[in-house]
Ligand binder design. Structure first.
Ligand code: NAD
Length: 421
């Protein structure tokens, strides 16, 4: 097969290596494995935005659809200065596998704009979102490809996307995005779904590892955004002691445990963890190396590297972020016997409740929050057990097992649909 020059970098190549490893483990038809290494479609758009000072700034945006065998594309929209085409293509590939692992009738996609949303006004962000939506209009839709929030985007951004798409069509189409506000068709429970789902997989892992979840069980979380804060609330609620948290400005540490309600109130007011009283400050490197039972990376990719992996002092890692562990670090963690709940399993709660939101929207029938959470728990627990059984069958890592489980389902569907033309 001809090599593509469009996608490169360690993140992308590591995802390809994971696919190779899973394909070898399960003896997958090389034609199927080979196809999974290439996205179906890639759109690069220029997004001109009138900034508040009157000048026009042009941002670069992407939407990548990786594989749509199982259904419409599904995947977040990321606003960050670090966004690249290769990064978005990597995450689109992982979305394909995540949706397949959870047996959702959805394919994999991802989008993003290289920008710094923290340095933009609300008006600038709104104009950028609307222009981006109109540039990718032809690719998205409730039956085609359904964006959702990711780093740097939130319910408000989804509301602007939904409105822009609906204005172009002529009537309200809530199903074009998920993770939107309740008032315009969002699902109860979606906001906390990813972090809550991380908690549910930890409950299952703890049962398997005979770890009791109580005050003596310590949790460290990197990243206190939508996912990290929800994971903290869940772990606090089940009785664990959350001893350290961080955001991009640094972290806070209290070995006796942090009061998550108070932390939330502080962050709501100050927009950062920095300066939180009753805790020592700590930097992100130190935070990852703290002694704890459970480490939850919930910020950005490539945080656990070959340099810090030998120094981690946790029993379990639940990957709330996408690709927080590099390939070489993964091997070190395996050697050291640290139990890893891989990203496509641990953070699948977000896309699962996005799927619930999409279904509720199509049926125009909305569930109560208990219903959403109960269904989420069942799916997360069953999927965890499926991956564990695969891990035991093939005697491989949990990550490879998650990829194998995902690729078993997807490859059957690909072979049944057959090769076109
Ligand atoms: P967010 O923008 O709400 O929060 C990100 C958090 O990480 C913020 O607290 C930010 O300050 C912090 N951060 C950024 N750079 C950092 C750094 N270098 N060191 C430490 N902290 C840093 O984003 P989110 O939606 O919570 O997403 C977090 C991760 O979870 C991402 O990897 C995302 O892809 C993944 N994820 C999100 C969802 C979802 O539903 N939002 C679903 C699946 C996976």
């Amino acid at each position: 097969m001809q090599e593509t020059k469009l996608f490169s970098g360690e993140l992308y190549n590591n995802a390809l290596k994971q696919i190779d490893l899973a394909a070898q483990t399960m003896h997958l038809d090389p034609n199927v494995a080979g196809r999974l290494k290439y996205p179906k479609r890639t759109l690069i758009v220029s997004v001109p935005v009138r900034m508040d000072d009157g000048h026009i700034k042009v941002f670069e945006g992407y939407r990548v659809q990786h594989n749509m065998t199982l259904g419409p594309g599904k995947g977040g929209i990321r606003y960050s200065p670090l966004v690249t085409l290769s990064e978005i293509a990597t995450f689109a590939m992982q979305m394909t596998l995540k949706c397949s692992l959870f047996q959702l009738p959805l394919g994999g996609a991802k989008g993003g704009i290289r920008c710094n949303p923290n340095r933009m006004s609300r008006g600038e962000k709104q104009r950028m979102t609307r222009r981006f939506t109109s540039e990718i209009f032809n690719l998205i839709g409730p039956d085609k490809d359904i964006p959702a929030p990711d780093i740097g985007t939130d319910e408000q951004v989804m509301a602007w996307m939904m409105d822009t798409y609906s204005q172009e069509v002529g009537f309200a189409i809530p199903g074009v995005v998920t993770g939107k506000p309740i008032e315009i068709g969002g699902s109860l429970g979606r906001r906390d779904a990813t972090g809550r789902g991380v908690g549910y997989t930890i409950l299952e892992a703890a049962k398997y590892l005979n770890i009791s979840l109580d005050q003596n069980t310590t949790v460290v979380i990197q990243g206190y955004g939508q996912v990290g804060s929800a994971a903290a609330r869940k772990m606090h609620k089940v009785g664990c002691s959350v001893i350290a948290l961080s955001d991009e400005n640094g972290g806070i540490y209290n070995p006796k445990g942090l009061d998550i309600e108070k932390v939330d109130a502080y962050v709501k007011e100050k927009r950062t963890l920095s300066g939180y009283p009753n805790a020592d400050s700590i930097n992100n490197e130190e935070l990852l190396e703290l002694e704890c039972t459970i480490l939850i990376p919930a910020a950005i990719e490539e945080q656990i590297t070959k340099d810090n992996a030998p120094k981690l002092k946790c029993k379990m890692i639940a990957e709330a972020a996408n690709s927080p562990t590099t390939g070489p670090a993964d091997l070190i963690l395996q050697d050291r016997g640290i139990f890893v709940i891989p990203d496509i399993l641990a953070n699948g709660g977000g896309v699962t409740v996005s799927y619930f939101e999409w279904v509720q929207g199509l049926q125009k029938f909305f569930w109560d929050e208990k219903d959403v959470n109960n269904r989420l728990f069942t799916i997360m627990a069953n999927t965890f057990q499926k991956v564990l059984a695969t891990q035991q069958k093939y005697k491989c890592s949990m990550r490879t097992a998650a990829y194998v489980s995902a690729m078993e389902h997807l490859s059957r569907a690909m072979l049944l649909r057959g090769f076109y033309p």
